[in-house]
Design a protein around this ligand. Structure first.
Ligand code: PLP
Ligand code: SF4
Length: 339
């Protein structure tokens, strides 16, 4: 027996659904796993319940035990700071609920539509601008799927369909395959894009079947992951993403600039370099959307622009993401400038 086969025997490749089902769902559980106590957070933990803690175990395994400032932990732990209201931080900062043209379809940008393909996520990110989005009203039944597809079919200006969510990779591969087939049947659609964070927290989600779905269609496919810190990436990501890239999927990453997590030049440089080592190109660096409950992650525009300018002096151009913000009512991402 070869050593590879032996390794597989002793470390069976885990099924992503099983890993997902074993996710942590309470602050107590997470703190215990990290050998931390609530007293390690002097300003306290959140008592609100509407956007609960949710984090898969492989992501917890990448956190440092005993470190209350761990950059991965801060992205998922509900702190009391979330419960405070701040002027300018609102429930729907992007006005998405008004661009919700059909159930599950957001059409705000020229040529591209977002299809909210799944309502849940594998991880609840505390800074998320969708934390107040009425997903339950956007969970599609069969007839609604059809009307979402009809909406795309009747508008020939749509050349790209972006599967978003929630997290579209919460769908099983079989369901995803059907959806991609239906989209490919619409002649004017040329490109398919998947925006997902699930494979970052559970690398096993990058299945061979997913690669097949994204490459056996006539559509040109890209996968945009959402990695915020270099420690989120693992050798399994490198292995799985190498396979996807070899098969012809364009692989990109978007990052949200987060205070206390990645608002640091050396971290951002290491992130770009590690993304490249894991076969991903940095696409966007987003400043935070001003969503209620996320104010403690906010980095000022001036500080964000200064970091971006320093990145330009240290990295090749293809490893510098575009620094953008999302503005309500604007039909594109807005590059950030500070004059
Ligand atoms: C970000 C976004 C897109 C995609 O924008 P690109 O610049 O093409 O990456 C499309 N629709 C909405 C509503 C978005 O927020
Ligand atoms: S939509 Fe993305 S950023 Fe928001 S909670 Fe889900 S995985 Fe996290």
């Amino acid at each position: 027996m070869s050593s590879v086969a032996q390794t597989k025997k002793f470390f069976p490749r885990r099924d992503w659904g099983e890993v997902l089902a074993q996710s942590l769902r309470s602050s107590d559980e997470l703190l215990a796993a990290l050998e931390l106590q609530s007293a390690d957070f002097p300003n306290g933990l959140s008592l609100a319940k509407q956007f609960p803690l949710l984090v898969p175990r492989p992501f917890v395994e990448r956190m440092t035990k005993g470190d209350p400032h761990d950059p991965l932990l801060l992205q998922v732990l509900p702190l009391a700071a979330e419960d405070q209201l701040h002027r300018g931080f609102t429930a729907d900062p992007l006005g998405e609920q008004s661009a919700n043209v059909a159930t599950g379809v957001i059409h705000k940008y020229h040529g591209r539509v977002l299809l909210l393909a799944a309502s849940g996520c594998a991880v609840n990110c505390r800074y998320c601008f969708r934390r107040h989005f009425p997903y339950n009203e956007n969970r599609l039944n069969h007839a609604q799927w059809q009307s979402a597809l009809d909406y795309i079919a009747q508008d020939t200006s749509i050349s790209e369909v972006i599967l978003s969510g929630g997290d579209p990779l919460m769908l099983q591969d079989e369901r995803l395959a059907d959806l991609v087939d239906s989209i490919a049947n619409i002649a004017h659609v040329q490109r398919l894009r998947v925006h997902s964070r699930l494979p970052v927290v559970i690398a096993e989600r990058l299945t061979d079947q997913l690669t097949d779905i994204l490459t056996r269609t006539r559509l040109r496919s890209s996968l945009v992951l959402h990695v915020n810190h270099p420690r989120e990436l693992t050798p399994l990501h490198a292995e799985r993403l190498a396979k996807m890239r070899q098969a012809g999927v364009t692989l990109l990453n978007q990052t949200v600039l987060l205070k206390g997590v990645n608002d640091n030049l050396e971290v951002l440089i290491e992130l770009s370099e590690q993304l490249f080592n894991h076969h991903l190109l940095p696409y966007y660096l987003h400043v935070l959307d001003r969503v209620q409950g996320a104010q403690h992650f906010d980095v000022s525009s001036r500080a964000a622009y200064a970091l971006y300018q320093q990145m330009l002096t240290r990295l090749p151009g293809y490893l510098v993401p575009k620094l953008v913000r999302e503005e309500a009512g604007q039909p594109h991402k807005t590059p950030l400038h500070v004059f």
